[in-house]
Design a protein around this ligand. Structure first.
Ligand code: GDP
Ligand code: IMO
Ligand code: MG
Length: 442
């Protein structure tokens, strides 16, 4: 049995897609456990690029069973669009399983997401406007509609009627908008039901059975630790649990089934949307990071805010997620900097904080305390062997390992599969040998 979690340790877009793709070859199942199509995971396989929003990034391997867990919110229109896109590229989606307990994103969720953001004005969260927050809110309020409701359109209609009594009042009375039409939604969702019914399953049973048969299951997180609804920079967060613990609730597996947690960390930090970001560089340094790192959102195309690596946050992420190791991505982007800064603590009103401050106001207003390191100013994208990295780059990695207390097992020096270094060898994951043999990724 081997349950491996891949989790973002920052504010999302750390390069989870690349790392999932890299390891998926050795897995039997790749399962998404949280979020929805607010996510954008890029996989570059040879010269081909794939952008996944809802489908698990492992789906391009024919042997993988891709799973969408109950912790995910599903926009069926987007799901079918993404499946059709892959089929058109010759990639089968036949094996996809979608949890019957996952909640459906409905048309009114998307409209309300946009309206709520508009109403907030300068306090807006900067959501992706994909209906994520309103769908999770209905789930918690017990008025959501689930994927399994697509299997019985009579029940679906009753639930929708009930929902629309409230949603249409909000749309018309609070926001002076047009109401949404019951029959139009039923017609659309009935066609989605036809298409998706063969994929709807008890995914918790599937994953648990696979684990007890000694299979390898990779739990793919979306977003990142500081977008977590409980532990992130609330309210500037998403509405799900991207942290490693979210894999248990989002897929219906017990914590003892998780053998390994791999945290994906960008060598600097980016953030899309609003919210505090102590190491943000609103200057030519940030511009340079965005330009070299091509920091534009995969989902909304928005420019990502950029800043230096923040060890205080990373240490907190290591604790919250019980990280076994780190996959450090986009190290190549730092190759063009003369010197590199790492935030090791914050200062606020004369007090130094080496750990995540207990009050968000402190975090919001804190001044980072940096350690400055020499850059390497050398192209590293072709380096395959850790010892061949420039000394300054190795020092940067060693400093992270020392300050966070977690080893770096993967170093990404480019978006492609081949642009990866395994500093201590490839066999660091506790993989189950009873799994079907797969070739190692080269
Ligand atoms: P995710 O949401 O965590 O999967 O990350 P995204 O896919 O949204 O953003 C990461 C971007 O960086 C994608 O365009 C990747 O192809 C790219 N990427 C991943 N790793 C590396 C790397 O090591 N170097 C460079 N230059 N790009 C990378
Ligand atoms: P991946 O999986 C980066 C951000 C949005 C916004 C906040 C809330 O690609 O790392 P939401 O639409 O979820 O209600 O928006 O969360 N956000 C992401 N930022 N990467 C993501 O996913 C994100 N998913 C949501 O920009 O600030
Ligand atoms: Mg992304």
């Amino acid at each position: 049995m081997s349950g491996i979690v891949i989790v973002g340790t920052q504010w999302g877009d750390e390069g989870k897609g690349k790392i999932v793709d890299l390891l998926a070859n050795q897995m039997d199942i790749v399962a998404r456990y949280n979020g929805g199509n607010n996510a954008g995971h890029t996989v570059v396989n040879g010269e081909e690029a794939f952008k996944f929003h809802l489908l698990p990034s492992g789906i391009i391997y024919p042997h993988i069973i891709p799973v969408i867990g109950s912790g995910v919110v599903v926009d069926p229109e987007v799901l079918i669009y993404e499946m059709d896109g892959l089929e058109a590229r010759g990639i089968s989606t036949k094996k996809l399983k979608v949890s019957s307990n996952a909640h459906l994103i409905m048309p009114y969720h998307k409209i309300l997401d946009g309206l709520a953001e508009k109403k907030l004005g300068k306090y807006a969260i900067g959501t992706t406007r994909r209906g994520i927050g309103p769908t999770y809110a209905d789930k918690a309020a017990r008025s959501g509609i689930r994927v399994q409701d697509l299997l019985d359109m009579k029940i679906f209609k009753v639930k929708l009627e009930h929902a629309l009594r409230e949603k249409n009042r909000i749309l018309t009375k609070v926001y002076s908008q047009k109401p949404v039409d019951l029959n139009e939604i039923i017609e659309k969702y009935a066609s989605y039901a036809e298409r998706l019914k063969e994929h709807i399953a008890d995914t918790s049973l599937l994953v648990n059975q696979a684990l007890s048969e000694g299979k390898n299951v990779l739990f793919e997180g979306a977003q990142g630790t500081f977008l977590d609804v409980d532990y992130g920079t609330y309210p500037f967060v998403t509405s799900s649990s991207p942290i490693a613990g979210g894999a248990c609730t989002g897929l219906g597996v017990g914590p003892k089934k998780i053998n390994y947690v791999l945290g994906v960390t960008k060598a600097y930090v980016t953030r899309v949307g609003s919210g505090p970001f102590p190491t943000e560089q609103k200057n030519e340094i940030g511009e340079k990071m965005a330009e070299i790192g091509v920091e534009y959102g995969t989902t909304t195309g928005r420019k990502r805010r950029c800043g230096w690596l923040d060890i205080v946050l990373l240490r907190y992420a290591a604790m919250i997620n019980s990280l076994d190791s780190i996959a450090l991505t986009k190290l190549d982007v730092l190759s063009q900097f003369e010197s590199i800064k790492i935030c090791v603590a914050y200062e606020y009103e004369g007090k130094v904080y080496e750990t995540y401050p207990p009050h968000q106001t402190i975090f919001h207003k804190a001044t980072p305390i940096y350690e400055e390191m020499k850059g390497w100013k050398e192209d590293i994208t072709q380096v395959k062997d850790y010892q061949r990295l420039p000394r300054a780059a190795r020092n940067f990695i060693k400093a992270i390992e020392k300050w966070v207390g977690v080893p770096v097992e993967i170093i990404a020096v480019g978006p492609r599969r081949s642009e990866t270094i395994f500093p201590h060898g490839r066999d660091f994951l506790p993989l189950s040998s009873s799994s079907i043999f797969k070739e190692k990724v080269t």
